[in-house]
Design a protein around this ligand. Structure first.
Ligand code: CA
Length: 220
């Protein structure tokens, strides 16, 4: 089991990332300031660190610089505000690090974490399939039986989440956080609306409603 250190001072984001990683089989620990992050990352107890730039004590860049100066080679995925991506890229040295602009969808972060853990060698799966339903992550195209289907970005993200968990019941909140990120309104019915769109485009019986629980992609 891979162990991921989450250095993030915003509790809501830390909890979002931690929940998602645990659901995907990772062991996690959260730290909320730069000095603790540096010490934990150097301890050798973790395989990867998710590092927020805006941390109290030492910021993310200082933590990263200090670790690299101490020859700590832990792979790092940096969380940064979308409007400071340029500074972030400038702050990255070498190939061990990657960044994720906020806000992000959990699946995007997960893909980066997996890639970094494999040393950047293993290319991520590019086609997800379930029965005669397939999703090409590169062309962003869906195939349902013999039909090629165009999906909007949200529809695609929702379909991707289903195809990564075929046959599993996914709760509405889970789908919201995976597809819409952590900035969602939990009372929103947007998931139901998009499930309807997907059913219309991919076939009504592919996604099952599990009463009181959520939705499931039918896997045969
Ligand atoms: Ca922060």
């Amino acid at each position: 089991m891979s162990r991921v250190l989450i250095a993030e001072d915003e509790a809501r984001i830390a909890a979002f990332v931690e929940k998602g990683l645990r659901a995907n089989g990772f062991a996690t620990a959260v730290v909320a300031d730069g000095r603790t992050a540096r010490a934990a990352a150097a301890s050798g107890d973790f395989d990867l660190m998710i590092l927020d730039i805006g941390l109290p004590g030492m910021d993310g860049f200082e933590v990263l610089r200090a670790l690299r100066a101490d020859r700590v080679t832990i792979p790092v995925v940096i969380l940064t505000a979308r409007d400071s991506v340029q500074d972030t890229v400038a702050g990255l040295e070498g190939g061990a690090d990657d960044y994720m602009p906020k806000p992000f969808r959990f699946e995007e972060l997960l893909a980066r974490v997996r890639l970094r853990l494999s040393g950047g060698r293993q290319s991520e799966t590019t086609v997800l399939t379930c029965g005669d339903l397939s999703l090409d992550l590169r062309t962003r195209r869906a195939q349902a039986g013999r039909r090629t289907v165009d999906l909007s970005a949200r529809e695609f993200a929702l379909a991707e989440t289903f195809l990564r968990h075929p046959g599993q019941v996914l709760a509405r909140e889970q789908l919201l956080s995976h597809v819409w990120g952590y900035d969602f309104d939990p009372g929103s019915n947007v998931v139901d609306v998009y499930v309807r769109y997907l059913r219309r485009k991919l076939g009504a019986d592919r996604i099952e409603t599990v009463r009181g629980m959520g939705y499931r992609l039918v896997a045969d």
